[in-house]
Design a binder for this molecule. Structure first.
Ligand code: GRF
Length: 203
């Protein structure tokens, strides 16, 4: 399975995906990395693994859909079948999830559907949550609301700050994302429609 990874920054999740895909028996190949920011640290990871990477600056485009179509064209040209968001900090126009329906994954640093949007580690602390974690989900029009593919829980400690909790969740992300990607590569992911609700994922 050919995957494309979209990033905006540090790229630690990208790195774990590159490492996983470098294993000879891993059923996924990363065909392209796209960043909307030229300074994204993750670009150097792609280079180190010999994976093609390209920068598509969102500011070069008049609107969201024009940017999304440019990203989509680059992914298509690379033969990408599955798109992995890894710290990609842009919200799509409706065009992108429609064009790539059920073929976009995201990793989010909370146990969805709890704590959507930004600063979710602080949201978990402020809510007094005793556990939080990471979620891999399919991307739909509903921000952070698409079908849940995989989750991993971590404790929230009484003395946690957003930073200490984020670091603990990030470790869980690094274990979870390659696992979820493997399931897609092995074509083990089935979607069960639930009328009026997000599809349920069955592995
Ligand atoms: C991760 O916490 C991810 O869950 C969130 O953004 C962060 C990206 O980190 N969507 P990195 O760029 O993969 O290091």
């Amino acid at each position: 399975l050919k995957a494309g990874v979209l990033i905006s920054g540090r790229g630690s999740n990208l790195l774990t995906l590159l490492e996983a895909c470098a294993a000879p028996d891993f059923p996924v190949e990363i065909a392209l990395v796209v960043s909307n920011r030229p300074e994204a640290g993750g670009l150097s990871h792609a280079q180190r693994f010999g994976v093609p990477a390209t920068v598509i600056p969102h500011r070069d485009f008049p609107d969201r859909e024009a940017f999304d179509r440019a990203v989509g064209a680059a992914l298509e040209a690379a033969g990408v079948e599955l798109v992995c968001l890894a710290g990609f900090m842009r919200i799509f126009s409706p065009w992108f999830p429609a064009r790539w329906a059920n073929r976009i994954l995201n990793i989010h640093p909370s146990l969805l559907p709890a704590f959507k949007g930004l600063h979710v580690q602080q949201q978990a602390i402020d809510a007094g949550a005793r556990v939080s974690g990471a979620t891999v989900h399919l991307v739909t029009d509903d921000l952070d609301g698409g079908p849940i593919v995989a989750q991993a829980a971590v404790p929230v400690h009484p003395d946690d700050t957003a930073d200490t909790l984020a670091a603990r969740i990030l470790k869980a992300e690094h274990a979870l994302y390659p696992l979820a990607l493997r399931w897609f590569g092995e074509r083990r992911v089935r979607l069960v429609p639930q009328p009026g609700k997000p599809d349920r994922v069955v592995i």
